[in-house]
Every structure is written in C-alpha cells, then in structure tokens.
Design a protein around this ligand. Structure first.
Ligand code: SAM
Ligand code: SF4
Length: 333
C-alpha cells in the first residue's frame, strides 16, 4: 500500500465527504437566507462515484471518513451509501456531521447502517437565539436529535458550537456543564470569517484560549485529555462524564502543520485545504472513464498541492478569508 503523503510530510488519513450542498437550515455564518445557487442534480457526485473515490483513498491509508454537507441527512439514499462504506474493511472510523434536525427519525437506521458516531451542530441552548442564528425554529428537534444519538450509542456524540462573541459567549459555561453528567464532547470552534461569516467582524471572534479561560473561571483548571489526530485539543472538567474540545484554526499556529485531512466537495472536487480555493476535478475524469490506477494518481497529485498552511492571518486580524467567496455549506466545513 502506498500512503498519501503531501509535500510537507503530512500523511493524509482523514477524508471529509460532502454529499450535498443543500440544507434545511440557513445558519447566518454559513449560508445566505435565500440559499446558494444549488448545484444541478447532474453535477452532484453519484454515490457510486463517491464510493470509487473513497475506495481509492482507503487503499492509500485513509482510515477515517466523515460525511458532511450542506446537510447530509437531506440527501436520499444516505443509509445505503453508509452501508457500502462500512463494507470497506480498512475504514475504521465512519462519522457524520449534521445539524440534527432529522436525527430523531434517522438515528436508529444510521446506526444499523454502520455509522459509528455523529457530530451535531448546536450554537445555543436558547430556542429564540437558535431561530435567529439558523433562521429556522427547530431547537427542540435538534435537542431531541442529540438524545436519540445518545440512545443509539452513536458515540462519542460530539456537539459542535461555533463560538461567536456577542451571540453565545455568555452560554459557554452552560455548554461546558452539559459534559458534567453526560458523556458528550462539546467542541467550541473558532468562527472562521469566510463566505457568509465575513458579515461577522473581528470583534465577534473568540479565541480558543479565551474560551478555555471562561470555562476555567467557572469550573477550575481543566484536565488535558490525550487526543488523537483530530483538529481538537481535548480537556475534561475534573470528574466530568464528558469532554470539552477546542478547535482553533485561527489562533493556533500549529493547526495547519497537524492537518491530516482533505475534502471532497459535493460536485466532485478534491479540496486539499479548507482555506484555499485550489481544487482538483475528480468528477469529470470519473465520468470520462478514468481507470482505478489513474484515479489513484490524480488523488496523489491533488494531495501534493496541499499548501503548508491556509495562509490565513491569525487571531483577531483574521482577514484573508473574507475575500473567499466559498460558503462552508459548499465545502462541508
Ligand atoms: N449541516 C451540517 C452541520 O451544520 O453540522 C454539516 C455541514 S456544516 C458546514 C459543518 C460544520 O461547519 C458545522 O459544525 C458548522 O457549525 C461549521 N461551520 C460552518 N460555517 C462555519 C464558520 N464560518 N466558522 C466555523 N465553523 C463553521
Ligand atoms: Fe446548514 Fe450546516 Fe451550514 Fe447550518 S452550518 S447552514 S446546518 S450546512
């Protein structure tokens, strides 16, 4: 097996696959109210095409696949797709990121299809604030979705909270306290000012160290927890059932040097870096009948274009991404 190593000696072990650009919410930092120009049905990768790409990655040492979107649960046939990925033996970790709106009705089928775990995005514990930030009144559905994921042991169940000063910084202790009794991992993500999120100014950014300070002021010193190859630094409130993760693409200089992932967009492009608009078309060549060997070579070539870092300004001066027109919903977060 030939491993996928980029030009900076980082081995790619993790692929995030966006199965749709569509979504049933309109989070203000991710998507305009009217949605985006949705991809034509034909320009979305078919599941069979995605499977060829995933199989190719799997034979080059990728063990971790995350399904994302847009909102992945709105795409028909998702559970059958998950069953097919599950049959690829070398995929050890199969997860999904969802807004949770459809999770209550789908959690059991997802589990039976072979999904290992879910990340659920939830930025506030207040129904009105939820309706404001997502532009849809669906807080209860998401909250029930989290319970369903716990009941189905889609574990560890992780909650993604995009931290936005002036919107949910006052809720950081409440989110942290969810981990006291429940085996959830609450992950605070620094707001990335790209696409739609450029509407939020630098003053809306809370850096990971500030989030940690807010939590420690309330609960005392956090215990660091050994974390694997993921993007989060993980901690625990002493004695808590769950964990707290901090994802710091803006403030942590080593974030990019630790990056071990690439993305596949819903329209079949290999995106080596979230923060770069460079991408390699896989769908065109696939539909022109490329062989497995040629596909593997194309992926390898794409991985070699992964930049050493996304070139984003760090900290509150984060600026370069504001000119990046791509919405997170198109790339998959
Ligand atoms: N619809 C699903 C969801 O919301 O979980 C999956 C796709 S969404 C693009 C993936 C993740 O990206 C979510 O956790 C979302 O909160 C996060 N995200 C979107 N825009 C972001 C931004 N500007 N900064 C930080 N995180 C962002
Ligand atoms: Fe949809 Fe997820 Fe973007 Fe919110 S963050 S608009 S749920 S894709």
């Amino acid at each position: 097996m030939k491993a996928l190593i980029d030009s900076y000696s980082r081995q790619i072990r993790y692929v995030r696959v966006s199965v749709t650009d569509r979504c049933n919410l309109r989070c203000r930092y991710c998507m305009p109210e009217e949605g985006v120009d949705w991809l034509e049905h034909d320009s979305i990768m078919h599941y069979e095409e995605l499977l060829r790409v995933i199989t190719s990655f799997a034979s080059s040492g990728v063990e971790k696949i995350r399904i994302t979107g847009g909102e992945p649960l709105v795409r028909k046939g998702l559970c059958d797709f998950i069953k097919c990925i599950r049959r690829i033996e070398s995929i050890k970790d199969l997860s999904l990121t969802t807004n949770g709106v459809l999770l209550t009705q789908m959690a059991q089928e997802l589990r039976h299809s072979g999904l290992d775990r879910v990340n659920i995005s939830l930025d506030t514990l207040d129904r009105d604030k939820f309706a404001y930030i997502t532009r849809v009144d669906a807080f209860e559905k998401v909250y029930r979705g989290i319970q369903s994921a716990l009941e189905e042991h889609l574990a560890p169940v992780k909650i993604n909270v995009v931290a936005i000063k002036g919107f949910n910084d006052d809720e950081i202790p409440a989110f942290a306290s969810l981990t006291l009794e429940t085996p959830l991992e609450v992950r605070f993500i620094e707001l990335m000012p790209m696409g739609c999120a450029a509407r939020f100014g630098p003053l809306n950014i809370i850096q990971a160290h500030e989030i940690r300070q807010i939590i420690e002021d309330r609960f005392g010193a956090l215990d660091p927890v050994e974390y694997g190859l993921g993007p989060a630094k993980v901690y625990r409130i002493p004695g808590a059932a769950g964990k707290i993760g901090l994802i710091d693409p803006l403030s942590e200089r080593s974030f990019c040097s630790r990056c071990n992932r690439v993305r596949i967009t819903a329209d079949g492009h290999l995106r080596p870096c979230l923060f770069s608009t460079e991408q390699i078309d896989l769908l065109g060549p696939l539909r022109q009948g490329i062989s497995d060997q040629e596909l593997a070579e194309l992926i390898e070539k794409g991985v070699l274009t992964k930049p050493s870092s996304g070139g984003i300004c760090k900290g509150r001066d984060a600026c370069a991404l504001q000119s990046c027109a791509s919405q997170m919903s198109e790339i998959g977060g």
